[in-house]
Write a new protein. Sequence first.
Length: 154
Amino acid sequence: MPQAPSTPPAPPAPGGAPALPFFVYGTLLTGERNHAVFLAGRCADVRAAVLDCAALHAGPGYPYAVPDTDPGRRILGELVTVRPAAYPEALAALDRLEDCRPDGRGAYVRERLTVRTGDGGSADAWVYLAGPDVSARLRAHPALIASGDWRRRR
């Protein structure tokens, strides 16, 4: 018998987008600098997750996720579920942080992707991927973090 969610679903995001959890993989991870600013106190649940077929690249103090055709390539991160009352504000703040623009020409684009969870399941989540210009630059001049783990980049 399916279990009822422990947290009621969040209201739809601005613009009618579904209120999905966020897959975070860099400075928004628990304990990293932007988690404290943008997510701390807003989280209903945080759990380990993996984004398959994506490569992690180093940026200027923060990482980028770029889709990758190598089925062995993956990014380690966390699936963050934001409390419903905090969701609209959190989504707007994260879009600003990630320079996620409606025209798709920002530093990042927000896409709905499926991630694997640490309990063997999967979930749809918002993932901030490198925008088109950044992605093209990283494909031409990779800054790959081979482990796929931001915390093990050094």
